[in-house]
Write a protein that binds this ligand. Sequence first.
Ligand SMILES: *Cc1c(COP(=O)(O)O)cnc(C)c1O
Length: 470
Amino acid sequence: MEQEKQRRLRTLPAVHEVISRLEHEEEFSPFLTNEKQLPRLTQGVRQVLQKARENVNRNFKDSYAEFETSLWSWLKTQLLQELTHPETSLRRVINGTGVVLHTNCGRALLAPEVARFVAEHAEMYSNLELNIETGERGSRYVHVEELLCHLTGAEAALVVNNNAAAVLLMMNTFAQGKEVIVSRGELVEVGGSFRIPEVLKAGGAKLIEVGTTNKTWLRDYEAAIGPETAVLLKVHSSNYRVEGFTHSVSGTELVELGETRGLPVMEDLGSGSFFDGTNLGFPLEPTIQQTVKAGLSLVSFSGDKLLGGPQAGIIVGKEAFVQRLRANQLTRALRVDKLTLAALEGTLLLYKNGGLEEIPVWRMLSLPIESLKSAASELVGALHSNPAISVELKEDFSQVGGGAWPTVDLPTWVCAIRPKQGSVVELEKFLRLGPVAILTRIHKDRVLIDGRTLLEGDREDIVRRLGELS
Ligand SMILES: *Cc1c(COP(=O)(O)O)cnc(C)c1O
């Protein structure tokens, strides 16, 4: 083993040897003839040789089965990939996981026309904070406020950096130095370290927990109200469900209680949706409009979860309350960028004009099972002749992601791949470490690729990468 490793390490050429051999390879001439590109080429050769050494040391075969014979072609392929690789840190990833709102991959995708609108605004001056009629300074929030009020039925709206910031702002504005009552069943932690108790603390509010994990009654809130109580807060349980022997208090009931005791009721809806997804098979949950209608003072939700827009924290509710948020200095620190506002306005316009199928998140969530099947079987078909793997069409389930409908399994079809050599763990890694990272899911002895979250051109890249296995 060790001997073989040493032998392999010795066969690796030196940097100058690689470069002089490349002089006979046509595809590298753009890099050899251009003085500016030469340092990049040298650097690339170093990196690829380093990668080869690491592979030998780990005894990880990567794409070359017979080391010596395929070394040169392996080096060339890797080098070309290295050189044509974008130099940016932020790169395209192929999401073959079927998780539509994949937090690690940037959550919601924008609709193409929304993305174009954003790109245009990145390159031009606009009336971001200008009242064109009077020539005076305006507010950046007017561009989306009317649309948000129109779509949600609320009196007023404000947008901040994300939903965590929205909750922080609400608590800081209305409950600093005071008490906030929250059910023990709603003290959530959302991925990426958002914890309701911590956010309340950061906002300067004191958390008063009521009820138990599975049951909270109106009388629990009632009993906890005291002279220091500032807000009754409801939080969407997002990424978990308490099932069985449970009870929680609805927004409507809390609003009634709040009215009799003179207290505002606020809700962190988490994902929040303009649509009830029951016709897509999702369990019934109050929409944003229904929550607003229940009479809550303020309701907050994310822009890049089920809404399908940019990262943002949207707060809608009663005018008097939103006005106090606007007056808080923190709002300035949490304000959103013009590109976010452009993306949000574009997305909200799609909702206003009824183009649900144009919003990628909803298009992916509502894909008919036949088209999921044909997407997966096209991939299976394209991979059939690959001698290094065996592929099958299989039924499976996709996930919504982003903490929305965590218990819902969306029926789908996947391309299930079994490597003829090596393990599935190695195959998953091989796909992830290619020129474009391909994210997949491992299930038992197979790597699964779900057609639900694949985009145009992804299939070709997957087929090409797997072709490098053989
Ligand atoms: C996702 C979520 C948040 C955090 O929202 P971001 O927009 O990611 O900041 C807060 N509360 C709940 C209930 C959530 O589901």
